[in-house]
Unconditional design. Structure first.
Length: 356
């Protein structure tokens, strides 16, 4: 029962509307509720995602995480929404499940993603090195930007690595006409964008757990709620290019998590994984690293990401902000997540606690 309560509160934090959705409560009432009903109306989405990851993943199993925004002339070194979430979730997977996370992104984003992961306490290693007994670790590698090559690589990668899950965080996805768009509806299909859509489709077909985290509707994995996106997103049904099909993505994930900022969805799953570990009173795989970052650690992560060249997707400024929100906003949000976990578990253990 306590995990449901923690999950509900984490979901509320994850779905705080930062204003990008306009005056109506589209994020919670439309996106989130639709995603939750498609899964299980009685289960918070962050809880469902954490539970499925725990069920699917054993020590030394591989989890794939796709993230990063790469298109020119704006995003030479990526965006600050996505890579920090991938780093934090990789850390949580290391600490709570002893899993091996592999972050997939375009090669020009590797330096930025490496810096972000190191700031999160992770050692960046090769795939071969990741199999050894090492400190908290992560592998970073690329994926084809050509459709046919991506279809072939999707099968090869899943056959070779046998991952237990594939998670997408703030990755642009194809619409029903296989076109990529920005949130404002600009067609960028001709950009060298890694075609992760085919990897998620193949993972779905093989019964591999897939999780899609997004915040507008043009993100991979949100195909599960594409009808809602078409109805409520400003460019959901009608984009700014001749394809005319809008930005709503076609590929669904098994679990879809809409968030106020995509990073927040990843932080939320990490928080629930942390709750499970603390309740079981199981020693962390790495004694000096908790699954969820502290406020000070979050500052370090965001500074590293921006210092490596990532820009804020809203302001187009190279700064440690997420979707136009000041750094201290998410610092406070992360601290609140930690508080929800700590107080929730303490209330269950304290015999003096009586529910209202």
């Amino acid at each position: 029962m306590i995990f449901e309560k923690i999950g509900e509160e984490i979901d509320r934090l994850v779905t705080l509307d930062s204003g990008k959705f306009g005056p109506r409560d589209i994020l919670r009432q439309k996106y989130y509720e639709s995603a939750r009903k498609s899964l299980n109306p009685n289960r918070p989405i962050t809880l469902a995602a954490a539970e499925r990851l725990r069920e699917a993943t054993k020590p030394r199993d591989i989890v794939l995480i796709a993230t990063g925004t790469y298109w020119l002339p704006w995003y030479w070194h990526g965006e600050t929404d996505g890579p920090p979430g991938a780093a934090v979730l990789s850390r949580a997977l290391n600490v709570t499940l002893d899993a091996i996370p592999i972050i997939l992104c375009e090669e020009p984003l590797w330096n930025m993603q490496e810096a972000t992961c190191r700031a999160a306490g992770l050692t960046v290693v090769s795939l071969e090195e990741s199999k050894a007994s090492l400190p908290p670790r992560v592998v970073i590698q690329g994926f084809p930007s050509n459709d046919e090559e991506a279809k072939h690589e999707a099968k090869e990668l899943l056959s070779k690595l046998k991952p237990k899950a594939f998670i997408s965080i703030e990755r642009m996805g194809q619409n029903e006409k296989n076109q990529y768009h920005t949130a404002s509806g600009i067609n960028i299909t001709d950009q060298p964008i890694a075609r992760f859509d085919y990897l998620m489709e193949e993972a779905n077909s093989q019964g591999i757990l897939t999780i899609g985290i997004g915040d507008i509707g043009n993100e991979l994995g949100l195909g599960r709620i594409k009808d809602v996106i078409k109805e409520y997103a400003r460019t959901g049904a009608k984009c700014q290019c001749p394809c005319g099909a809008g930005v709503a993505v076609r590929v669904p994930a098994e679990i879809t998590l809409p968030a106020g900022v995509s990073n927040w969805g990843a932080y939320g799953i990490a928080a629930v994984l942390s709750a499970f570990q603390q309740e079981e009173r199981k020693p962390a795989t790495y004694e000096y690293l908790s699954p969820l970052q502290t406020g000070d650690e979050h500052r370090r992560i965001m500074m590293a990401c921006a210092n490596a060249g990532a820009i804020d997707g809203n302001t187009r400024v190279c700064a440690p902000t997420e979707d136009g929100l000041p750094l201290e906003v998410t610092v406070s949000l992360v601290q609140l997540m930690g508080m929800v976990v700590r107080l929730g578990l303490e209330s269950q253990r304290d015999p003096r606690f009586k529910p209202y």
